[in-house]
Design a protein around this ligand. Structure first.
Ligand SMILES: [Zn+2]
Length: 289
């Protein structure tokens, strides 16, 4: 991992703005489903503004995470996002989708595990699923340390308490009551069968070890992108459009099957259950079989 690879991001942005995919040409269109966009660590909604504008152009309803900077306690953030997504799903009348960049993908995954009734698909971009600190660039590790120190000083960011239960924290330096154990446990849980998962990763990611982006239940999709540039890379956008469309198709098929099953139930007469064993014929005392 080298941060020099992240110097590609401005070029990736320029390529996106000059591409057909940015104009919505040649990509699979959406069906009005809400798409919650969750930014990465220390990033805000602003970093996914382009993706939000593009999603709207291709037929989805983008939903902002409401984050100026994604730095707060994971459990608290997940709970806020859940309420936000719930409102969007109620308004749309159909399940939503989630695109999460880096840490945003971890929050998206946990929401999908907790609320498959709200989430039809989750796409993570350069997300370190279950990664330990050594899977992150040392600069990012230091930034997390600073955030923890700020949180410990009650300045509103994630704190040492949040690391209890995190991967690689079998003997945490901080001893005390944790606040994110449920979050970490849900990060390890399998994705529910009715949720489509995809993990977009890059072997040349300059911030996160790409191998940490591979996760059970998440279809791996490789792109040639920087970490920061994943939110503005034409190849990523093409893959995101494809995955969202597949999740929507899967959801539609599931609803159709549910309707078919309920109509079959409605017309099927009630059957008297067949006994599993033959009724016993009473045998007279002393009689031989
Ligand atoms: Zn926490």
């Amino acid at each position: 991992m080298t941060l020099l690879r992240e110097a590609r991001a401005p070029f990736e942005l320029r390529a996106l703005l000059g591409s057909d995919v940015w104009r919505g040409r040649g990509v699979l269109r959406g069906d009005g489903s809400p798409v919650l966009l969750v930014p990465g660590l220390m990033a805000g909604d602003e970093t996914l503004r382009l993706m939000a504008a593009w999603l709207k152009r291709i037929g989805y309803v983008p939903v902002r995470a409401g984050m100026r900077s994604n730095v707060r306690c994971s459990e608290e953030s997940a709970s806020r996002l859940e309420s936000r997504l719930e409102r969007a799903v109620q308004a749309a009348g159909r399940r939503g989708l989630i695109v999460g960049h880096s840490r945003g993908g971890m929050l998206g995954r946990v929401l999908a595990v907790r609320r498959p009734d709200l989430v039809g698909g989750v796409i993570t971009l350069g997300t370190p699923h279950g990664a330990e600190m050594h899977d992150l660039h040392p600069v990012l590790q230091r930034q997390i340390d600073v955030l923890k120190a700020m949180g410990d000083a009650r300045l509103g960011t994630l704190s040492s308490r949040c690391t209890i239960g995190a991967p690689g924290q079998a003997s945490p330096a901080f001893v005390g009551e944790g606040c994110c154990e449920r979050f970490w446990s849900d990060m390890r849980a399998a994705l529910p069968g009715e949720v489509r998962g995809a993990s977009i990763f890059s072997e040349t990611d300059g911030v996160v070890n790409w191998e940490a982006c591979l996760a059970d239940g998440f279809h791996p999709i490789e792109v040639a992108s920087s970490h920061c540039g994943m939110a503005m890379h034409p190849e990523v956008y093409v893959k995101v459009a494809g995955e969202l469309a597949s999740a929507v198709r899967g959801d539609r098929a599931r609803r159709r099957n549910d309707r078919a099953r309920s109509s079959v139930r409605a017309v099927t007469p009630v059957r008297v259950p067949t006994p599993l064993v033959s009724p016993r014929v009473p045998v007279a005392a002393g009689a031989r079989p």
